[in-house]
Design a protein around this ligand. Structure first.
Ligand code: SF4
Ligand code: SF4
Length: 405
């Protein structure tokens, strides 16, 4: 028998959800069409109908620890078929933003990342930090001269344009390692709290490792994403961005390992490496995959806006950061190849600011979904909560006689 539940509405939370893209929340009249058409909703305790009413009632404590908000891939099939135009897909998106804010510490940063008025401050912090570092190291591009000491040997550099003439590579590496450690610690704290909250609500039937292996396979093939009906092209865009990030991560790790560790055993040439170098090739392919994926996602998003589907500032903040990282990195490489030193140093500076922002703000931005969604998927799999059997669903709403499958 269902136990009585004392409702303690949080009206600020309702206002926040409405202000975060869930402005149609109050239109829901609980018909459950959304849960029926959702291709990812499990048969037991399906979403997003229950999240709609919980959000209307302001049940923040239930919603922020609800793994189901992370099982949603924002395909918007539910919004397409909702007879009231309540756009449950957008509400789920807003709930994920509130969950990230709840688990990321300090919450003051999380609130600023989600607030358009704080954008100038968020850009100014890395812009000033990196400018000060450049000034302090006193190595503007003509400052160091054409030689460099490596392992006690003085190496004569050629005349090509090199990033360390603006700022030494070790300075950049130390800054990014410290920023990365900060991001990892914010994630670790948030994920541990989230896992504990989920564990208190459901019992696990499978070990963490087997569940994690299944989830990694699912993510690698984006198998859940493929189930979306309305937004099929979003699947390709997301796949491009995902594998672009993976390739760039491998490239950065190889360069880091080559310069600092492999160099102790064998000689590894200093960067920049030639275009035909396999690591460089992988990095360039990753950059292209990232930009193509972003193009598809943005095109899809703009088309949705034409269909009156809300797109929040939170989404655009992440897209803007990733575009700036990808575009500034590739443009810097092109102008360096063309020998335009002045433009190269400006683009490299913008690239550093963008990469630092991506590192530092990731635990508070929409990109944090990578971590929280993976955690929720693992917990879900470990609890034996299976997705809905893939059966065709016929939806007949006013003006719509389309078959969703
Ligand atoms: S389909 Fe729309 S009105 Fe019906 S329960 Fe879902 S959100 Fe509410
Ligand atoms: S946006 Fe897609 S995945 Fe999310 S609840 Fe709606 S139908 Fe399901």
């Amino acid at each position: 028998m269902t136990q009585p539940y004392r409702i303690e509405p949080d009206l600020d939370f309702v206002r926040d959800v409405i202000g975060s893209g869930g402005d149609t929340l109050k239109k829901c009249f609980q018909c459950a069409t959304c849960s029926v058409v959702c291709p990812l909703s499990p048969p037991e305790e399906p979403f997003p109908r229950k999240e709609m009413i919980q959000a209307q009632w302001g049940l923040k404590d239930k919603l922020v620890k609800d793994p189901d908000i992370w099982l949603c891939h924002n395909c918007n099939d539910c919004s397409t078929y909702c007879p009231r135009g309540a756009k449950p897909g957008d509400v789920m998106n807003a709930l994920r933003k509130k969950a990230i804010e709840h688990y990321a510490a300090p919450q003051a940063i999380a609130k600023r990342v989600g607030d358009p008025k704080s954008l100038p401050l968020l850009i100014a912090i890395p812009a000033i930090l990196i400018a000060v570092l450049i000034g302090l190291t006193n190595l503007w591009w003509h400052g160091e001269g054409p030689t460099r000491v490596v392992h006690g040997e003085t190496i004569v550099l050629d005349e090509s344009i090199r990033s360390w003439e603006m700022i030494p590579m070790w300075t950049v590496d130390v800054l990014f390692i410290l920023t990365g450690l900060f991001a990892v610690s914010v994630f670790a704290r948030g994920v541990l709290r989230f896992w504990g909250d989920m564990d208190s609500a459901r019992t696990r039937k499978m070990g963490f490792i087997p569940a994690a292996i299944e989830v990694v396979k699912e993510i690698a093939f984006h198998s859940n994403f493929k189930e979306c009906g309305t937004n099929q092209d979003r699947y390709l865009g997301h796949l491009g961005v995902f594998y672009g990030f993976v390739a760039l991560f491998i490239t950065t790790s190889c360069i880091f390992a080559g310069v600092y560790f492999l160099n102790l055993i064998v000689h590894v040439p200093l960067t920049p490496w030639p275009l035909w170098n396999p690591v460089k090739l992988l990095g360039n392919l990753g950059g292209i995959s990232l930009l193509v994926g972003l193009f598809l996602i943005i095109r899809n998003r703009l088309n949705q806006e034409g269909d009156e589907t809300a797109s929040s500032y939170y989404d655009w903040f992440l897209l803007g950061m990733v575009i700036t990282v990808g575009a500034s990195g590739m443009l810097a490489e092109i102008v360096r190849w063309m020998g335009i030193g002045f433009l190269y140093y400006i683009l490299y500076y913008i690239h550093l600011v963008a990469v630092w922002s991506l590192f530092a703000y990731t635990p508070y931005s929409k990109l944090a979904h990578i971590v929280y969604r993976t955690t929720a998927l693992i917990h879900n799999r470990a609890c034996g909560r299976e997705l809905l059997a893939k059966v065709p669903v016929v939806c007949m709403t006013e003006g719509q006689e389309t078959q969703a499958s």
